[in-house]
Design a protein around this ligand. Structure first.
Ligand SMILES: Cc1ncc(COP(=O)(O)O)c(C=O)c1O
Ligand SMILES: [Zn+2]
Length: 562
């Protein structure tokens, strides 16, 4: 077996070689163990060894519990893109948000990392049968890799797992056991089944290969950030040798907590070897209906009280009893990097799904959206500062979009007139569609001389509703457009060349047709007292650019359109 590291018991300190089929300490039988590598040696050689390798999960294989150079089970895992969230960042006034796009793994979630490393390690150890319990994505990822490796897999799924996910598991040839009950109950049944039959059971945060696999996220992220942002500021004189840019935050939706445990260990190892100069803060986000870690953290408790009956539609995140993983994460936060545990309502996650899809072109499953909703919440609360560098794990792909997420009114029904039909032309149908789309939605004019500002406002509006939008790039054009289109609302910038926002406002208020149109002024200008007086009674709302909160703008727009 791999010999480039040892396993140390977290309870008694006993050290053993790694044996993939063993789950506990031979001395005290604790299942809480950790892989320790020769960091001193690796700090000298690793980056040189790595430099010529491809950018995938095996790039840092010296820090993984597998030996074979190209594990036969590979499906092209890891090496996912790190995308700057330009629009979302603009909306939140936080320009340095980066999305680690784990949807692009072989089965569409970050659990591919766990499955790839664990199945590779088990295969090396000659194990050919395995039991997992899962809320869906673990079972899908393990199924793919087990199929490829010729390992027989038993997947115990809580009955809450959506049918589409269960069918995908079955497609790979996995033995699917549906446990009517919670995820915690499914885990108990799975553990007992494995024990009775003597089959290896994957313990998640207590399985060495699972924790180790998640480190690859941190390794990739710091390399990618360095390519995007340059070396860390401290790398010049004060701390020579620091190579990579570590983010201020790593944010993830959490169920059992494997991701942050492994990612944090990855950062710690890189710090130990001098490759980074700090350990990012963890942002651990849970669904409010199943947030035992968040509740324990907020009550300053070292042990989480299990949630017996999770009350969330997001079954993927329904670990009611995090056990000692919470305590481990809490210790990590307290002793190294700091961070936050936060929860969000299902509705907030669904809303974040819209933001992400409509503003960044990224469609995610609800479990991943929980992280984004949590990040938005932490930014708004000032916990995440606007100048901080945030990496967020976009942990899983789109599910079939259910009605409860998308709501009503997402399709346009076109009813072509007999005339349109008779003409038989595509043009006739298109004009019917144009009529419909222009008729149905509230009409908003956006007046701003900066194209980026117009684009951002348009995107914010369209992220949560259907509007017909007109744009004007200066004051003169604005007056023309507004007189012609008579919108239901105007969003107006103040500082513009030639004719400024004040003059536009005066022109609109003078004419009876436009005098009543509500105006939201959105400005970057620090207003003087006399300017404020000038706006009084003329406009409905004054908002400061940069720090206006999306929901505030949307709420204002909705209430003015009512
Ligand atoms: C898409 C997605 N996000 C987040 C999580 C939570 O992962 P963790 O095991 O790190 O708590 C899961 C777990 O299955 C998941 O599938
Ligand atoms: Zn021990």
């Amino acid at each position: 077996m791999a010999s480039h590291f040892i396993i140390e018991c977290m309870d008694c300190g006993h050290k053993t070689p790694f044996i993939a089929s063993t789950s506990d300490c031979p001395n005290c039988h604790s299942t809480w163990r950790e892989a320790i590598y020769d960091y001193n040696r690796l700090s000298k050689s690793l980056l040189l060894q790595v430099s010529g390798r491809s950018f995938d999960l095996w790039r840092y294989k010296e820090l993984l519990p597998v030996r074979s150079i190209e594990p036969a089970v590979s499906l092209g895992e890891g090496g996912t893109p790190l995308l700057r969230a330009t629009n979302l960042g603009g909306m939140l006034g936080c320009p340095n948000i980066f999305i680690k796009d784990e949807r692009q793994g072989p089965t569409g979630s970050f659990k591919d990392r766990q499955a790839a490393v664990t199945i590779a390690a088990l295969k090396e150890a000659g194990i050919n049968e395995l039991v997992v319990a899962s809320t869906g994505n673990v079972a899908i990822a393990y199924s793919a890799y087990a199929a490829r490796a010729g390992i027989r897999l038993w997947a115990f799924l809580t009955s809450l797992v959506p049918a589409e996910k269960m069918r995908e598991v079955a497609l790979y040839g996995t033995q699917v056991i549906k446990v009517t009950g919670s995820y915690d109950e499914a885990k108990q049944v799975a553990a007992e089944f494995a024990r009775q039959r003597g089959i290896f059971y994957d313990l998640g945060t207590r399985t060495i290969s699972c924790v180790e696999s998640m480190k690859t996220l941190s390794f990739e992220v710091v390399e990618q950030l360095t390519a995007l942002l340059g070396p860390p500021p401290s790398s010049d004189k004060t701390k020579p040798g620091v190579t990579f840019f570590a983010p201020d935050w790593y944010i993830q939706s959490v169920s059992g907590g494997l991701g942050p445990v492994g990612v944090h260990k990855g950062f710690q190892e890189f710090k130990k070897m001098g490759f980074i100069d700090r350990i990012p803060k963890l942002g651990i986000i849970q669904a409010e209906g199943c947030a035992p870690m968040v509740h324990a953290w907020k009550q300053n408790q070292d042990v989480a009280i299990p949630v017996q009956t999770p009350k969330t539609l997001i079954a993927t995140l329904a670990t009611g009893d995090p056990g000692r993983t919470y305590t481990v994460l809490r210790q990590k936060m307290l002793s190294t990097s700091g961070g936050a545990f936060e929860s969000v309502q299902d509705e907030e996650a669904f809303r974040a799904m819209h933001y992400l899809a409509k503003m960044e072109g990224i469609s995610v499953e609800p479990a991943a959206a929980v992280a984004f909703a949590g990040m938005i919440k932490l930014i708004r609360a000032g916990v995440i500062k606007s100048d901080e560098v945030v990496v967020i794990n976009c942990s899983g792909h789109t599910m079939p979009i259910e009605q409860k997420i998308i709501g009503e009114g997402w399709s346009r029904d076109v009813k072509p007139s007999t005339k349109d039909l008779e003409s038989g032309s595509e043009e006739g149908l298109l004009s019917a569609l144009t009529r419909e789309s222009i008729q149905g939605f509230p009409r908003i004019a956006i007046v701003d001389d900066e194209p980026d500002a117009r684009r951002l406002i348009r995107r914010i509006l369209q992220s949560q509703g259907n509007y017909t939008i007109f744009e004007a790039t200066n004051g003169k054009e604005a007056v023309e457009v507004i007189n012609r289109e008579i919108p239901n609302l105007v969003i107006l910038d103040l500082m513009m060349p030639e004719m400024d926002g004040f003059s536009v406002m005066d022109a609109l208020r003078k004419k009876p047709e436009t005098a009543e149109i509500p105006i939201i002024v959105l400005t970057a200008k620090e207003l003087t007292q006399s300017e404020k007086v000038r706006l009084q009674g003329q406009i409905q709302k004054l908002m400061q650019k940069g720090d206006f909160l999306t929901d505030d703008l949307l709420d204002e727009v909705k209430s003015l359109l009512r």
